[in-house]
Design a protein around this ligand. Structure first.
Ligand code: UD1
Ligand code: CA
Length: 484
């Protein structure tokens, strides 16, 4: 069956398919260079851990390597920088303890990657490198029979990147580093073709050459191996691409902004293609690992963090932030801040509402203006329209919580719960001193401080009785006159 389906497609398509299978089948080891703080980031966080659309930069590179069909993935880290701890399962960390520079990084992983076969080397600071392009690189490397093959582009501002110097036959002669541009001849600075920092090497040839590379500006440059391999009569190939985002490297926070913007645009577009409307896409921040159903409209200034799930036909925003919450269908959330909670179909939230972790809002409920809810369940169809705080509360279905109701859920270091039954109507400014309960169909009087359970169907009223002092204003005026 399987060989039959491979035989059927047209020639060119079959060629492509076989090439893909070959790249996948060889499953080369991938080494990702990810050591060093990245001094130009001016940060206490190592460069490759800076988040891009909600994921550490280096995770994007790992994902690209996996999608290209990587076998073993080894990541070069510095001990104590905290990068090893952040690597996803299955990725091996190799510690770079000696020397500076990308050459030293690769040498540090020699034992972990081994000396045989094709070794793919990627830079941890190119988060948008695509899996397809990595597979293309391996294919070019294999079909050219080269000792080393690199990815290059002419479509990016070349400032600071290594420039590709080509020989007359089109093969790569060497790479001129321009991080320290002084002393680099103008004709080399004029070269637009740059090294993206993604390579395929024959490991058996790479490591001996690398050991012979000298220091420049105190660093051992990986790119120093190319002239040495050429001297040994080996071919250096390049795979030139027009995929600009794959080429974008991060050395500064300005670069980080550019990469974030490019990826953000890609993620938003993918949602849009699946049926989501963005009213002002440039102001929406949508991280990776967010699901949005069709016909949902995302307004201006909306932030959706990783892990958020939003159903169909919702109206989110303007200016709503959702962090890891599950939101059903047909929900409206205007000017709201929603953290780690569950919101059922048809719920209305905001404007100006704060839903904190552990909150469950059931079908058709309403959480209105200046309302904060924490670790509470709000029953189906229940309304909390204005100015309330419900913490550690369980509210039944069809209840109405009037304006300014507060649960006093915290006392002497302990949090206790408030239980409010189905169809309860509370008066404005009711305080519930937990632990306390209000039975189904009960009422509370305005301004009550409820400290005792209210039975089912009863009215709980707990406030000082009103006393009117007759003629009070007249007495005040008389006193002011006599005091002259
Ligand atoms: C490197 C290339 C340059 C290329 C550019 C593409 C070299 C000498 N130059 O320059 O030709 O155009 O990438 O972005 O390779 N790293 C380590 N250990 C180290 C130093 C760096 O693991 O000791 C890692 C970094 O975490 C980073 C990657 O290697 O992810 C690249 O290092 P970086 O210093 O940013 O190299 P560039 O100067 O950008
Ligand atoms: Ca870099």
């Amino acid at each position: 069956m399987r060989s039959g389906s491979l035989r059927r497609p047209a020639r060119v398509r079959r060629g492509e398919r076989l090439a893909t299978l070959r790249a996948m089948a060889s499953q080369p080891t991938v080494l990702i260079m990810a050591a060093g703080r990245g001094t130009r980031m001016h940060s206490s966080l190592p460069k490759v851990l800076h988040p891009v659309c909600g994921r550490p930069m280096v995770h994007w590179v790992i994902e690209a390597a996996r999608s290209a069909g990587a076998g073993r993935i080894v990541c070069v880290v510095r001990p104590g920088e905290g990068v090893a701890e952040q690597l996803p399962e299955g990725v091996v960390a190799a510690e770079q303890t000696d020397g500076e520079g990308t050459g030293s990084a690769v040498l540090a992983a020699r034992e972990a990657v081994g000396d045989a076969g094709t070794l793919v080397v990627l830079s941890g600071d190119h988060p948008l490198v695509s899996g397809e392009l990595i597979a293309d690189l391996v294919r070019t490397h294999e079909s050219d029979g080269a000792a080393a093959t690199m990815l290059t582009t002419e479509d990016l501002d070349p400032t600071g990147y290594g420039r590709i110097v080509r020989a007359a036959d089109g093969s790569v002669e060497r790479i001129v580093e321009t991080k320290h541009a002084d002393g680099v001849p103008p004709e080399e600075l004029a070269i637009r073709e740059i090294n993206i920092g993604a390579y395929a090497f024959e490991a058996a040839e790479l490591f001996p050459a690398l050991a012979a590379v000298g220091l420049e500006h105190g660093e051992r440059y990986l790119t120093g191996v190319f002239p040495l391999l050429r001297e040994r009569g080996r071919r250096i190939s390049a795979h030139r691409t027009t995929d600009v985002s794959s080429a974008m490297g991060v050395n500064t926070r300005a670069d980080l902004m550019a990469v974030q913007e490019a990826l953000q645009r890609r993620l938003v577009e993918a949602h849009a293609r699946r049926g989501v409307t963005f009213e002002q896409p440039a102001t929406a921040l949508v991280e990776a690992d967010v699901e949005i159903g069709r016909d949902t409209v995302i307004g201006p200034g909306v932030t959706l963090r990783s892990g958020t799930r939003i159903g169909e036909g919702c109206r989110i925003g303007p200016h709503t932030t959702v962090v890891g919450a599950r939101i059903g269908n047909g929900v409206t959330a205007i000017q709201a801040y929603i953290l780690d909670c569950e919101v059922a179909d048809g719920v209305t939230i905001g404007p100006f509402a704060y839903l904190r972790p552990g909150t469950v809002v059931r079908e058709g409920a309403k959480i209105g203006t200046y309302v904060e809810v924490k670790n509470s369940t709000i029953g189906a169809g229940t309304k909390v329209p204005h100015l309330s705080y419900l913490g550690d509360a369980d509210v039944g279905a069809g209840a109405n919580i009037a304006a300014g109701n507060i649960t006093a859920n915290y006392h002497a270091g302990r949090k206790t719960r408030t239980r409010i039954g189905d169809r309860v109507h509370t008066g404005v400014h009711t305080s519930f001193v937990a632990p306390v309960g209000v039975g189904d169909d009960a009422y509370t009087g305005a301004g009550s401080v409820i400290t005792e359970d209210v039975p089912r169907g009863a009215l709980g009223i707990a406030r000082a009785e009103q006393r009117n002092v007759e003629g009070y204003a007249e007495r005040i005026r008389a006193r002011e006159e006599s005091e002259g």
